[in-house]
Design a binder for this molecule. Structure first.
Ligand SMILES: [Zn+2]
Ligand SMILES: [Zn+2]
Length: 274
């Protein structure tokens, strides 16, 4: 059974299309997960525009969209997701922290409201199903695909995901801030024994000291958590826009020297799990 992850956007905070961001990529968070016959999209940052075009070309008509949270860099691509406008498509959209705030539909609709965007959510002619859950819930997304979730430590809240299919598992843990010297038990519980963890590595440990309270973590904390939880492979993710290609290459070399199972996520990269 196919179980694979493709990175359509790996950047945090804001898209950064520049000649200095071409190796690792400038689009914000968006992953495509193929789990058997099912397609799952994680986050709707600017990377989802190219994914949408790819889904149209491949004639994929149904997908699940799981959102970690709704900060701009995780939803800004949604109004440019072309299959959303096609009446032949169906998308189930879930978020885990918005129930008390009116729900995911209201937030995505607000993003597409005048005067900040001219095309309303109602112009999306695909069948859109919105579902709110509470971070910490477990559910079955599709036959053979189960999901565990956990609350993350992030301003306005965020949800971490663990997807399991065919005896393999991978976790998507962004955006989240750690407390130095106190490993996040919610994260450890979610990622325990996982085959692949994608983790918010916006900063280095050196940079982190001046970024406390900003809601993000470091690649070094990712390595510490993955080692403690017997994770098989780590993908460093949510790169800071100020980390141009040369900086990312240095981080990649240092991270690999620190732990041989660490890699740096790049736009277009595919990781096979099954
Ligand atoms: Zn983010
Ligand atoms: Zn965020």
């Amino acid at each position: 059974m196919v179980f694979a992850v493709k990175f359509w956007g790996v950047r945090g905070s804001i898209a950064c299309p520049s000649p200095r961001h071409v190796v690792y990529g400038g689009n914000t968070s968006c992953l495509e997960v193929t789990a058997g016959d099912h397609l799952i999209v994680l986050d709707a940052g600017t990377g989802i525009r190219d994914l949408g075009d790819s889904l149209l070309k491949r004639d994929v008509r149904r997908a699940h969209l799981l959102l970690t949270h709704v900060h701009w860099d995780h939803i800004n691509g949604f109004p440019f997701f072309a299959p959303g406008y096609s009446p032949n498509h169906t998308f189930e959209i879930r978020a885990g922290h918005l129930g008390p705030l009116g729900g995911i539909r209201a937030v995505l609709s607000g993003q597409m409201g005048q005067p900040v965007f001219p095309v309303p959510l109602e112009a999306m002619r695909s069948k859109l199903e919105f579902m709110d859950f509470q971070a910490g819930d477990r559910f079955t997304l599709a036959p053979g695909v189960s999901v565990r979730t956990a609350p993350l430590n992030h301003p306005n809240g965020a949800t971490g995901y663990r997807l399991e299919c065919g005896g393999k598992s991978f976790c998507y843990v962004t955006d989240t801030e750690h407390i130095v010297g106190r490993p996040d038990q919610n994260v450890l519980g979610l990622i325990e024994g996982s085959d692949l963890v994608i983790y918010d590595s916006t900063y280095t440990d050196d940079e982190f000291t001046s970024k406390i309270g900003w809601g993000h973590s470091t690649w070094q904390e990712a390595v510490r958590l993955c080692r403690a939880a017997n994770v098989k492979k780590l993908a460093i993710f949510h790169h800071d826009p100020s980390h141009e290609d040369a900086v990312m290459a240095a981080i990649e070399a240092e991270a690999r020297a620190s732990w041989e199972n660490a890699i740096v996520a790049r736009e277009g990269m595919v990781l096979e799990l099954g």
